[in-house]
Every structure is written in structure tokens, then in C-alpha cells.
Design a protein around this ligand. Structure first.
Ligand SMILES: [Zn+2]
Length: 174
């Protein structure tokens, strides 16, 4: 029943990235207001071939928002589908912003998003699960240092520390 705005990117369904793109610091770095972006969608996203009102509104749902006509806004049906669509809108907006800021001609890849996060100083908000995936650290843990904490747990470099270390030479060139 729902329709996506134009443009698709396989990253749209990445739940780790959705978590990242709802952090206030990340939203701030993305610039243009998300709700204004949704308000620019010129059709009711719940259109099902039946009646749609000519007046459109923006409905905030879950971690995103959808563009609905007054008729479908009042119906409040299919809340789960609308929440999925609202989150997809959030992802499309964020990925579009990243692409625009990096001036990439193609839809951005995950590594471009990481690069953008480093460039904007918000990589600390990247979910650990995402970085584990990127660095394939699920099975392998890198041990650094040789000290022991008071708990007896040996110090290990976190994924964020690893990314920060890897990003350091890049940061120095910006
Ligand atoms: Zn409608």
C-alpha cells in the first residue's frame, strides 16, 4: 500500500544506521531539517488507489515521519507499515544528505557513511554492532596494551577506539 520516494539504496534497511541517524548530534551534522524534507514529498505515501484528500500533512512515527493526506492521516490504519515507511524516509533523507555533503555522484556506500562520520566528528555515535560488522570483529578481538584494570579485565581496544585510531591520519589531512 505504501510507496517510497524516488531513489533506493540497499543501506536503507540497515537498522544499525537507523540508530545512528536518529542521534541528535548526527542529525545536526546532516544539516537540512528532516521534517521539511518529508514535507517536500508531493504525494500521500499511504495512497492505495482509493480516495486520497488533496491536503497533505507530515506524520511523525517511530524513528521517522511519513507524508500523508488528511484522509489517510485520520484513518490511522496499517500503523506497522507506516512506521517502516517512516524509518525508510529517515534513512533516505540521511543517505541523501551524506551523498550531497560528500558530493558523490552515486548513492553512498557504507564506507562512505563511515568516512562522513569521521569527517564530521560523529563517528563515536556509530553503533558498535555496525563497526563489528565492518571490521569483522565478531570472533576476533584485538588486544592492545599490556595493563590490567582493577577488575582484572585486560584492556582491549574498543571498536570506536579502533576507528578513531584508523581515522587519525585522515583527520589530520582535513
Ligand atoms: Zn492518502
Amino acid at each position: 500500500m505504501t510507496t517510497l520516494p524516488t531513489g533506493t539504496n540497499p543501506l536503507v534497511g540497515n537498522s544499525y544506521l537507523l540508530e545512528f541517524f536518529v542521534k541528535p548530534e548526527v542529525i545536526n551534522a546532516l544539516g537540512i531539517d528532516f521534517l521539511s524534507w518529508v514535507a517536500c514529498i508531493q504525494h500521500c505515501q499511504a495512497a492505495d488507489g482509493g480516495y486520497c484528500d488533496k491536503n497533505l500533512t507530515v506524520k511523525v512515527l517511530d524513528k521517522g515521519a511519513v507524508r500523508l493526506c488528511w484522509h489517510h492521516d485520520n484513518m490511522e490504519s496499517h500503523p506497522d507499515e507506516l512506521a517502516v515507511l517512516a524509518n525508510q524516509n529517515r534513512m533516505l533523507w540521511a543517505l541523501e544528505r551524506v551523498q550531497s555533503q560528500l558530493r558523490e555522484p552515486q548513492p553512498v556506500s557504507l564506507s562512505s557513511v563511515l568516512w562522513w562520520a569521521v569527517k564530521n566528528g560523529v563517528y563515536e555515535y556509530l553503533p558498535s554492532g555496525l563497526l563489528d560488522e565492518v571490521f569483522q570483529r565478531k570472533e576476533e578481538r584485538r588486544w592492545v596494551g599490556n595493563g590490567y584494570k582493577s577488575t582484572g579485565v585486560r584492556y582491549t581496544e574498543t571498536v570506536h577506539e579502533q576507528l578513531e585510531r584508523l581515522a587519525q591520519p585522515v583527520n589530520n589531512t582535513i
